[in-house]
Every structure is written in structure tokens, then in C-alpha cells.
Design a binder for this molecule. Sequence first.
Ligand code: SF4
Length: 364
Amino acid sequence: MSAQAPDPFGGAPERLATTAPPVPDAVQPLVQVRDLVKHFPITRGIIFQRKIGAVRAVDGVSFDVRRGETLGIVGETGCGKSTTAKLIMRLQKPTSGQVRFEGQDITDLRGADMKAIRREMQMIFQDPYSSLNPRKTVGSIIGEPYAIHGLKREKGERKRAVQELMETVGLNPEHYNRYPHEFSGGQRQRIGVARALALRPKLLIADEPVSALDVSIQAQVLNLLRDMQRRFGLTLIFIAHDLSVVRHMCDRVAVMYLGKIVETGSGDDLYAFPRHPYTGALLSAVPVADPSHHGSERRLLSGDVPSPANPPKACRFHTRCPKAQELCSRQQPQLEDKGSGTLTACHFPLSREEVAAIGVRSAG
Ligand code: SF4
């Protein structure tokens, strides 16, 4: 069975069936995510556990990632961005929805088929301290993907490949036999990048790769990722909670709130004229190092993000939104074009005057 579906993420309507006719590589997105849902059950009882609810970590997320581009996924802690990444990587199984990689539905792949796909997609984790095994040398950590996939088996071949990778990411190849604790935070993240590049993946997912690093080191790691992307023609999904980090990295940006995408578009459009009040608040909170930039009022978000186990009805942002009206708690807004280039899920999107008033610097 095949289904015809409108594609709000660019391009003509497409067929969702796996039997769809082949699409040329140049036009087919590398990753297609459709209606992705991940609910973690909340249970009670020790011996006889019964489900009493669910944490709605990801709740109906759809987007495409085109070849060679960088997509930023941004939002506060708990918005579901890291879970989305794990679902794409199939480190977790979705509750429902579909993930396609190079046109192939990988949602239910298992065993050898999934292992083959895993060679094509790799992940860099947030914490360079806990994501490296302290008992293994850097050489064996970076060479682990070769061991898992049975590659570079000849004597000396694996070591040569690992040392080449170390050099590529700016590490001294002579430190091959050192342990992770002998490296600084930035160097450890370079080790993570080298390990992720070992199999020459097509897709790299970087889950908050710089948020655990000192500010002085962050730019180095971001530049490294950009260099590697150019050099190896990578497609990158870059996850961050800080819109200012994403700005210089990403071609397109998706803003998530409580398991849903609330605004998405090209970086230029989204930063120039954010329409969703949540995007506006995130951008308004970005510090601006410019003494001439005054006269605007920062819009800081009040309150905590509501629990994803019991998200607000209709628009999930209505409990914190300064523009909320009665309709917002009654009817869920759809992600649609509001005439400024981005797709926005909001009944009462920001106007240019409002964007300028809250100090989003690039509003034209
Ligand atoms: Fe705010 Fe209403 Fe828009 Fe939701 S739909 S973001 S509550 S204005």
C-alpha cells in the first residue's frame, strides 16, 4: 500500500510507501522523518507493573535532511531533541512513525541490515568525559568501529588508519597509546569526532557537542566539525539548546518545544524574522556583544518547561506564551507558512514590530 502525502518540508508531494519508484540521489533527501513518536511508559508496581501514563518525549515530528546540509535542532532541555537523534540512529525504537535513510525505511530494520546502515550514520555525544571508555587507549577507542565491522584487519593497517584519523582531527598520532584522562575536554571531543569519522559515514549527528566544553574550546570544535563536513561531504544534524551556536553552523533550523517542532526554516529566514513566540524568546535571550544595541526589551521565558508526561493541551507553549489567547488552549496550531519563509505552528505569530521590540538583532 502506498499513501500520497503533502510535503510541508519542501518539494512536491511524495509517496510514503517503501515501494516508491527510485528517486535520483541528488534530489532525494538523505534522511526523511515522518510523524515520529516516542512515548516512554510510566509504570507502577514492582512485580505486576501496570502502565499509568507516558512521557511524550517526541510527539509527531517530521522533517527532511538534504545531502550535504546542516540541520540544527534547537530547544530547551527536555524538548525531545536528543531523543529524536536517538530515534534516527535507531538507538531507540520509535513508538510510531517512520525514518527513511536514502529512501529506505529503517524504522523496523534489525540485525545485519541495521548494522550495515549504522556504518553510514554516526553520532558525537554531548559529554566527552563519559562517552569514552576510561580503560581503553585512544587507539582502541578510535579503532573500535573497525573492530565491530571487521575492517582493517591486516597487521598494522588499523593502527595506520587510526593515526591518520588522529592527525585529521588535530590530535598527535604519537598519543595513540594514551588514555582518555590524559587529554583535555576539547581533545576528548576530537577523539569522539575521529571515532565517528572512522567508517566515513554519510550522516553525522552531533548531540550538543560543545555544551560541556569551555567557551574558549567551543569554537575550535565547531570549526573542526565544519572542516570535516566540507572535507568528507558529510550531512550534519546539529543539536543544541543555544541558538547562537547553531547560527554559524546550520543551513536550516528546527525549533522544538515539548516534543514538537514549532518553527522550521532556513537559518537566514528564521534568524531574520522568527514568527513563533518561543523562537523569538530564545533569540531574544542570546547575549549581544554590541554597546550600540539598546532600546529593546529582552523577552525572557518565565517558568519551567511543563512535564512531557502531562503536556498542555492544544498549543503546548500556551502556559508560557506572552501572546496566548483563548484559542491557543483550545486548538492546536499547524506548522504552516506564515508568509515569511519559515513554517510556524502558531495562531498569532510575531509581527516585525514585535520582533524588533524584543531585541532580535537581525530583524529587517
Ligand atoms: Fe502563543 Fe498561541 Fe502562538 Fe501558542 S498559538 S505560540 S500560545 S500565540
